[in-house]
Design a protein around this ligand. Structure first.
Ligand SMILES: [Zn+2]
Length: 381
């Protein structure tokens, strides 16, 4: 075993203590006062490790933190991206207190993603204690609304990603401990159909049936599916009309779209934009909602992951890669062309579920990988 890995394993208890301290803060996205308390705690932890910390206020969600080490050093930064919020409302901890069982720490938010925050903080601490902090800029952007779609942090994430040479997303690894080298992209939209109401008995010919028009559109949307290519287009809700003897004047549907490839995202979104009504006089309106491009396992991702594997091999850690249909802020950082590594937190299970837990032995292992990464990473030129 490498000296570094043994050093990190010696810190396992410290890491568990810090993770417990983080998870004791209940940080439901919608609970700004609660999230802000954790923001203050983390700002202290970051400053304690020598970072210059900027607290960026937000009115509707918790404040954001941007921490910088070696800001004056040459080169583009390695930027850690994590989120402080969880999907668990205050009171969850009383129902499901933190507990250790079978080498795992159970509790709300331990994997998604306070475990990742602890790994990052511990890696920085180790570099300092060992006198090995390289003279390169290291940033950490911690957001507070990832679980609800990053509406209040998206612009800052994109801006920081554009300035960075590598973004390291400290979301949990897969249940098998794999780094995430792909994530599907996601978009959604709402289709509104307007027809014309008329009495279904007295004057059906005077109506324009919005439900019939919507039915045509649903079949066109459904035909955009290409599951073998990783593309799904799912009409998730549909409704129309308001009473049983009137030609319906309005109808609407919600559509969930997922993509593995950027080209597929473009194909589908162009097709949706180009939808046109089939019934004379009917009108369509399309309202696009959230839109995150896929984190694609393209050439850049393959090269980025290959470098990580070489670094981890050097300290005796064997990595694996996998992917997921769920999105993260890694979808955003990769969308501006910045090399991105995702799933760089510890091994987690039961995300957003009642048995959420983190594999304790994966904490020091990931910590060692981050120490080596910060020391050795060679930026793409
Ligand atoms: Zn997360």
């Amino acid at each position: 075993m490498s000296d570094l890995l043994a050093y990190c394993q010696d810190r396992t208890d410290e890491m568990v203590d810090l993770l417990r301290a983080c998870a004791e803060y209940e940080t439901f996205t919608a609970d700004k006062p609660a999230v802000d308390q954790f923001v203050s705690f983390l700002a202290g932890q970051l400053r304690d490790r020598g970072a210059v910390v900027e607290r960026i206020p937000r009115r509707e969600v918790g404040d954001l933190l941007l921490a910088k080490w070696n800001a004056g050093a040459p080169g583009r930064p390695i930027t850690y991206v994590g989120h402080m919020d969880t999907v668990w409302p205050a009171g969850t901890l009383a129902e499901r207190p933190l507990r250790v069982e079978g080498g795992r720490l159970y509790g709300p938010g331990v994997a998604d993603m306070k475990g990742g925050i602890v790994v990052m903080l511990s890696a920085i601490r180790a570099l300092q204690e060992r006198g090995e902090m390289p003279d390169r800029p290291i940033w950490a952007l911690l957001t507070s609304d990832e679980e609800t779609g990053s509406a209040h942090s998206r612009e800052l994430i994109l801006k920081v990603a554009r300035q960075s040479g590598l973004c390291v997303i400290i979301e949990p690894a897969t249940a098998e401990g794999a780094v995430k080298t792909w994530r599907k992209g996601a978009a959604d939209c709402r289709l509104l159909v307007t027809g014309r109401a008329s009495h279904a008995g007295a004057a059906p010919e005077a109506g324009i049936n919005a439900v019939v028009e919507l039915a045509h559109q649903i079949l066109k949307l459904n035909a955009l599916n290409d599951l073998r290519n990783g593309t799904s287009v799912t009409v998730t809700m549909a409704r129309g009309g308001y009473t049983n003897n009137v030609v319906p004047e309005s109808a609407e549907a919600y559509i969930d779209m997922r993509f593995l490839k950027r080209a597929e995202a473009e194909r589908v979104q162009e097709a949706v934009t180009a939808l046109y009504p089939l019934l004379p006089g009917a009108q369509l309106e399309i309202i696009f909602g959230d839109n995150r491009p896929p984190l694609e396992r393209d050439e850049r991702m393959r090269a980025t992951y290959a470098q990580l594997v070489r670094i981890a091999d050097g300290i005796g850690v064997t990595l694996r890669e996998d992917g997921t249909g769920g999105v993260s802020d890694g979808n955003l950082t990769a969308s501006v062309g910045t090399p991105t590594l995702d799933g760089m937190g510890p091994t987690g299970e039961g995300l957003h579920a009642v048995d959420e837990n983190v594999l304790i032995s994966s904490l020091p292992e990931r910590m060692a990988v981050h120490v080596a990464l910060i020391q050795q990473w060679v930026m793409e030129s």
